[in-house]
Design a protein around this ligand. Structure first.
Ligand SMILES: [Fe+2]
Ligand SMILES: [Fe+2]
Length: 143
C-alpha cells in the first residue's frame, strides 16, 4: 500500500506543476517502501538524491512561471521553497554522515505533510492567480 495516495484535492490545475507534484509523491512512496523493506544506503541514498533533484527541477518550473506571469507574491512563495530546500539539504547531509540512522518515517511524514500543505496553500494560490490573470502562454517571458 502506498504511503501517500494522490488526491484530487491536490490538483491545482496547472498541468506541468501537477505532474511534478505527483512525481514528488511517487519518490516519497518509493522511499517509504525502501524504509519498510529495511533497504540500505545503496537504495536510500540515491532515492534521497532523486527527491532533492526533483524538488530543484520543480522549484525551477514554478520560478519560471512566476516570472512569466509576473506573479506579485513570488517573493513570499520563493522563501517557502528556500526553507524546504534548506531542510532537504540538511536531511541529505545527515543521511550522508550517518547512513545507518537512515531517513526516518517521521522525517518522511514531515516531507509529505509539508508538500501537501504547500500545494494546498501557496501553489493553489498561485494557480488561482494564473487562472484569473490569464493564460501563461499569452504573456511574454520578460527575460
Ligand atoms: Fe509546487
Ligand atoms: Fe510552490
Amino acid at each position: 500500500m502506498p504511503f501517500t495516495n494522490w488526491r484530487d484535492t491536490m490538483e491545482i490545475g496547472v498541468g506541468k506543476l501537477d505532474a511534478d507534484h505527483k512525481g514528488l509523491l511517487d519518490i516519497m512512496n518509493l522511499l517509504y517502501d525502501a524504509i519498510q523493506d529495511h533497504r540500505g544506503q545503496d537504495v536510500l541514498g540515491p532515492l534521497i538524491d532523486r527527491l532533492v533533484d526533483a524538488y530543484n527541477v520543480h522549484f525551477a518550473h514554478e520560478d519560471k512561471l512566476f516570472q512569466r506571469t509576473r506573479y506579485p507574491l513570488a517573493r513570499q512563495h520563493r522563501a517557502e521553497h528556500d526553507l524546504l530546500r534548506d531542510r532537504l539539504g540538511a536531511i541529505r547531509d545527515q543521511h550522508r554522515v550517518k547512513p545507518d540512522a537512515s531517513i526516518s518515517l517521521s522525517t518522511l511524514a514531515f516531507l509529505r505533510d509539508y508538500l501537501v500543505g504547500h500545494i494546498q496553500g501557496f501553489d493553489t494560490q498561485f494557480a488561482e492567480f494564473v487562472r484569473t490573470a490569464g493564460s501563461t502562454k499569452e504573456r511574454p517571458d520578460p527575460r
